[in-house]
Write a protein that binds this ligand. Structure first.
Ligand code: PML
Length: 269
């Protein structure tokens, strides 16, 4: 039997009463692993770089096997950037190459850069007009009910190509689910942990482009933008992101490519 386990935590009370978002986590776990998973989430919420959460919500739901669908891990590429300006320039170029308009890119960046603090979920932007489409305000659209299929194997394969730590582990799962969503064009993200400055651009066509520096060290503000097709059905999309149970598989031969011109190629298989 499997369970969806979701955690969100805040400081200064619950999110909905103005508490500051500290951290969130999503897992799909076998019955025997739930307890361990919950303890790990509690520790994370109480010992986070962004602060010690005083509000922690953990939701555990039993899953019916036939509700789960499988999607492949998107290809992973790592770029080289020496500073934030270079990182942003790469991100903009990659977004444009997968179909996001220059106007939408500028609006998306402005929205992320204008954030006073991180938001829990993602902002939805029209990939053509750059108009913000969701009305979730500072909450954004949260992506839930996902995990990798076979955690031990997944972590071992990522470790072999030097991708370790929970940021990248979780971001790859989330980005792969997001890339498979109906109406999705691309995602732009950078982390909100003050000492983690990596970000990415992800899409079904372009894969996960890992960009080593997307914000200044010490900044606790990060976030996500989902650029969606002009005619995207927001209700269907939000339902997929928040309700559809998705397990991410390696699905055969996935490559991690390293470097701006992708000289080194390492197969994860
Ligand atoms: C997050 O942790 O919220 C976002 C992580 C972004 C980068 C992950 C990586 O590739 O290292």
């Amino acid at each position: 039997m499997q369970f969806s386990v979701k955690m969100r935590s805040a400081k200064g009370g619950p999110h909905e009463k103005g508490g500051r978002h500290i951290s969130g986590a999503e897992r799909i776990l076998d019955e025997n692993d739930v307890e361990k998973g919950v303890v790990a989430m509690l520790r994370r919420a109480r010992n986070h770089q962004r602060g010690k959460a005083d509000f922690i919500s953990i939701k555990i739901e039993e899953i019916k096997e036939d509700e789960v669908i499988f999607k492949p891990l998107i290809a992973v590429h790592s770029c080289i950037a020496k500073n934030v300006a270079q990182g942003h320039a790469i991100a903009k170029e990659k977004l444009q190459s997968v179909g996001v308009s220059a106007l939408a890119i500028e609006r998306g960046f402005s929205a992320l850069l204008a954030l006073k603090d991180s938001i829990r979920g993602a902002m939805l932007f029209d990939a053509f007009t750059g108009e913000r489409l969701d009305n979730f305000g500072n909450r954004g659209v949260r992506v839930t009910k996902m995990d990798c299929a076979g955690a031990a194997e997944y972590e071992e394969k990522l470790a072999k190509v030097g991708l370790t730590g929970e940021h990248v582990r979780e971001a790859l799962v989330l980005a792969s689910k997001v890339a498979s969503a109906p109406g999705m064009v691309a995602e732009l993200c950078w982390a909100d942990d003050p000492d983690y400055v990596t970000g990415y651009v992800a899409s079904a066509v372009g894969g996960y482009i890992r960009i080593p520096i997307m914000k200044e060290m010490g900044s606790g503000v990060g976030g996500r933008i989902f650029f969606v097709k002009h005619d995207c059905d927001i209700k269907v999309l939000s339902e997929y992101l928040q309700e559809q149970l998705v397990l991410i598989t390696f699905g055969g031969n996935v490559d991690v490519e390293v470097g701006t011109n992708f000289r080194k190629k390492t197969a994860i298989n």
